[in-house]
Design a protein around this ligand. Sequence first.
Ligand SMILES: NC(=O)c1ccc[n+]([C@@H]2O[C@H](COP(=O)([O-])OP(=O)(O)OC[C@H]3O[C@@H](n4cnc5c(N)ncnc54)[C@H](O)[C@@H]3O)[C@@H](O)[C@H]2O)c1
Length: 279
Amino acid sequence: MCSVTDVTSAPATAPALLAGRRMLVTGVLTPRSIAFAIADAAQRAGAEVLLTSFGRAMTLTEKSARRLDPVPDVLEMDVTRTDQVASVAAEVRRRWGGLDGAVHAVGYAPEDCLGGGFMTAPWESVAIAMQVSAYSMKTLAAELAPLMPAREAGGGALVALTFDAAVAWPLYDWMGPAKAALEAVVRYLARDLGPQGIRVNAVAAGPLETMAAKSIPGFKGLKDRWAEQAPLGWESADSGPVADAVLFLLSGMARAVSGEVLHVDGGYHALGAPMGVGT
Ligand SMILES: NC(=O)c1ccc[n+]([C@@H]2O[C@H](COP(=O)([O-])OP(=O)(O)OC[C@H]3O[C@@H](n4cnc5c(N)ncnc54)[C@H](O)[C@@H]3O)[C@@H](O)[C@H]2O)c1
């Protein structure tokens, strides 16, 4: 019989899950970035990893990369610059000859799109949020899909990070519709790239304490309530459970999964009323 101790002491990642797989991970800024946990977990699972960053964030990403083992190279890629995305694809081909998987961990909305500005944010700001946070998934997929192995050779996998866009949240404002668009882009990419054997999925993470989260007004209240109300509880300082789910989706274990939004949120999304209501 399997005791609680057996379950909780199980290793978080199977060592060979991504053995020899070539992975491109966007979005590492600080060691608290969700992408950092993903890159770290992917390396532990045997993958070769390349990171991307952009503009002034490059220095910070390179500093964070030095905490990974082995230290991965960081390529410059602003996801709104198709030329830079194409250059990264060319560099990946030059180094590795192909690519097995990529992680889209990029999001941004101008300040006036968040924190109560839903009715007043101008289209110019909303357009930036949509381009960086949703359209860029298509840009990335279009440039990287040709690098992925043929269907018969196992195909490839793309994974994006979302914040459950099925409902409206306090203060998240235009990032909500941007994430809804991202989730739809994931489904359309799954449709168009599936015949090539490329799987496209998203992970809907619960609130995690990162730089991006700091820019969301009211984040602290949300994460505190999440910890109280998620059936499994929620540790907002630990991106490990999200990284493990991303690894699963990148791996052959998820070979028949595509167009999916996998919630990694302590079970919060499944409840119609908070824990404790009605007792
Ligand atoms: N932190 C959370 O609570 C949470 C929850 C669910 C989903 N997410 C999503 O996870 C992803 C990663 O965010 P995070 O929370 O780790 O924060 P983070 O601040 O560590 O990462 C956001 C990244 O986006 C990058 N970025 C912004 N604009 C870019 C551009 N034009 N080109 C390239 N990169 C750009 C930043 O450099 C940074 O690395 C985002 O999509 C975010 O919306 C976060």
